[in-house]
Design a protein around this ligand. Structure first.
Ligand SMILES: [Zn+2]
Length: 496
């Protein structure tokens, strides 16, 4: 009888440890996790919760510091019974960048194979803690991982210079919704925005609008600013991809260095809608000193940005100047090129060799397909999806950013958040092996129309929430009204 009682007690204890399945609870996690099981009961997050983690792992320690800072600012009960555990398990059977969260009476445990997964688990935890002061987090088991590895936003810092603090704020906003690429469009006709030590005129002259356009905002990032942005992004598991435009969209360079253009004429820097419009002048492809210049610039850029990919633009390069230029025509003859499209291809291939020699990969807008794609180049498909399909068929990596769904400078009338949410980055035309070449997608925010922080924010959100979920979550579970409901429950895109 005594034994039986002990046995019953033991059985009861074991049974108590097993969570009782609970009803589905609404949790405003965005992007929606891959799978969640709920159990009856709630963990109470409190200020006296102990944070347990491996102190010897620097990356984990950095995440733990962020968790501590976040919990410290929360309005939650002072006392509770639970702890938070952050665990890296190298042997865990998880998808890349995945994580698991287990919430029980005494603890919340986030487990991941790598630090990025742990960071994403922390982003989810932030959204699980309600703003009502109760600290209540439902008992649950969550398994989560992203559908795509490239989840990006491009900010155009050339047409409108975006201050460093604004860029840093965007890193927080991207991290909160588990996006991992910030592409900075650093140069264009409207201004050169990055300090290059070897060519100080690029920022002294080429970052300023012509004085006749009074009231325009000038500016650029010093190399110190860039280091700060890149380091802050890294802490948030975001890669900053720099873009230096060539051979077109480069007339701002000729304000200081007219010798690099075909015409040799100096140009003035004009706001997008106030100046002469698209000019014919582009970098001269027949002049070797242009390549020396660009290689010098790229050397400094590569030293600043650890990104695997370096974006070289390559879009909308008008060919009229090359047609009239004797140096460019000589190059076509000497290299046995068919026409100016092949000259553009020659230009990009030559730059690609240089980028590859530095251990990096080239990515460019889909025009780099014209005249033949450089050997290892990746393509960012913007004029629709055809460029992406073509590049993948040729065995190249692709990032999708078609104007139809991913151009956030477009009006909400043409591109609603619901339309963005309907996007599928992998075109049906691709074979199974080709689909693996689609790295993901990104939103592009050009700043020629919206030119203030408020208007730019309004173009990006709420559409970026929709794209974040497209790139993370299983498309089978898409539910737009549910997305809208979750957006309304979040604390706002800062989410801090
Ligand atoms: Zn030329």
């Amino acid at each position: 009888m005594k034994n039986l009682t002990l046995f019953s007690l033991l059985f009861l204890l074991l049974a108590c440890n097993k969570p009782v399945p609970g009803e589905i609870r609404e949790i405003p996690v965005l992007p929606k996790p891959q799978s969640v099981s709920f159990y009856k009961g709630d963990f109470i997050m409190s200020h006296d919760a102990t944070l347990k983690f491996d102190q010897s792992d620097i990356k984990v320690k950095e995440i733990a510091d962020q968790v501590t800072a976040f919990v410290g600012k929360l309005s939650i009960p002072e006392k509770g019974k639970g702890n938070i555990e952050l665990t890296i398990d190298n042997q865990a059977d998880m998808k890349p960048s995945g994580y698991q969260i287990k919430v029980r009476r005494n603890k919340i445990r986030i487990t991941a194979k790598n630090a990025d997964g742990l960071f994403y688990g922390f982003q989810t935890l932030k959204q699980l803690i309600p703003s009502d002061g109760s600290g209540k987090v439902p008992f649950l088991d969550m398994t989560d991982f992203p559908a795509f590895g490239w989840r990006g936003l491009m900010l155009d810092c050339s047409r409108t210079f975006l201050p460093k603090d604004y860029v840093l704020k965007y890193i927080d906003r991207l991290a909160a919704i588990k996006m991992n690429i910030l592409h900075l469009h650093l140069t264009d006709d409207q201004g050169w925005r990055i300090e290059i030590k070897k060519y100080p005129e690029l920022t002294r002259i080429c970052s300023n609008f012509d004085p006749k356009y009074a009231g325009e905002v000038n500016g650029f990032y010093t190399q110190e600013d860039i280091r700060e942005i890149v380091a802050y992004a890294a802490k948030n598991f975001i890669t900053v991809v720099p873009e230096i435009e060539m051979p077109g969209h480069s007339t701002e360079i000729f304000a200081a260095y007219p010798q690099f253009s075909c015409s040799g004429k100096k140009s003035a820097i004009f706001p997008f809608f106030k100046g002469p419009g698209v000019t014919e002048d582009i970098l001269c492809a027949g002049n070797d000193s242009v390549f020396t210049f660009m290689e010098d610039v790229l050397s400094e850029v590569i030293a600043l940005f650890p990104s695997e990919y370096i974006h070289i633009g390559g879009d909308e390069a008008p060919k009229a100047a090359w047609k009239k230029c004797s140096k460019c025509q000589n190059r076509i003859k000497k290299e046995g090129l068919k026409d100016e499209a092949e000259l553009q291809s020659y230009f990009i291939r030559r730059i690609e060799k240089f980028i590859n020699s530095k251990g990096r990969k080239l990515i460019g807008w889909d025009e780099i397909l014209e005249g033949g794609l450089a050997e290892n180049a990746a393509v960012m498909s913007w004029r629709g999806v055809q460029g992406g399909i073509e590049a993948a068929r040729q065995g190249h990596c692709v990032v999708m950013s078609p104007t139809s769904h991913c151009y956030f400078d477009y009006s909400y009338v043409t591109t609603s958040a619901e339309k963005v949410y309907s996007y599928h980055p992998v075109p049906n035309e691709l074979s199974v092996s080709q689909t693996k070449l689609v790295l993901g997608a990104q939103a592009n925010m050009w700043t020629h129309i919206a030119r203030t922080e408020e208007t730019i924010d309004a173009q990006i959100f709420p559409r970026l929430y929709a794209l974040a979920e497209v790139l993370w979550t299983n498309p089978v579970t898409r539910d737009y009204p549910d997305l809208e409901k979750r957006i309304s429950k979040l604390r706002g895109y800062e989410n801090h």
